[in-house]
Write a protein that binds this ligand. Sequence first.
Ligand code: MN
Length: 130
Amino acid sequence: MSSTAPVPRTILLVEDNETIRQAFRILLEDSGYAVIEAASGEQALKSAGEELPNLILLDLGLPDLNGLEVTRQLRADERTRDIVVIALTGRALETDENACLEAGCTAYLSKPIDSAALLRKIGEFVGDGS
Ligand code: MN
């Protein structure tokens, strides 16, 4: 697999806070990634199965399903079980981080999210945008 593939890497951005979602979308698109947005857990699961993004950026605090539950369902579905999931945790609590990894998240970042750290973490898994 080459990081210079002509098709941009697609990121499913799951975040219920619209202000944060818009800020992340701009950051990711400016970095060359294609972005799909979801504002709820159900929407995230539907989009993940249909669009098969390269990576999912997942806010754990969602209005319907908890992000950990979303992750468990992604891992239980053969279409989505191998997609990289980076969880965005609300608090830097070790218990949350462990729960996150146990649920099947690939990695996590604690809010507030530093833009450079976010892009670096994404790059580790799927390479630079397009
Ligand atoms: Mn949230």
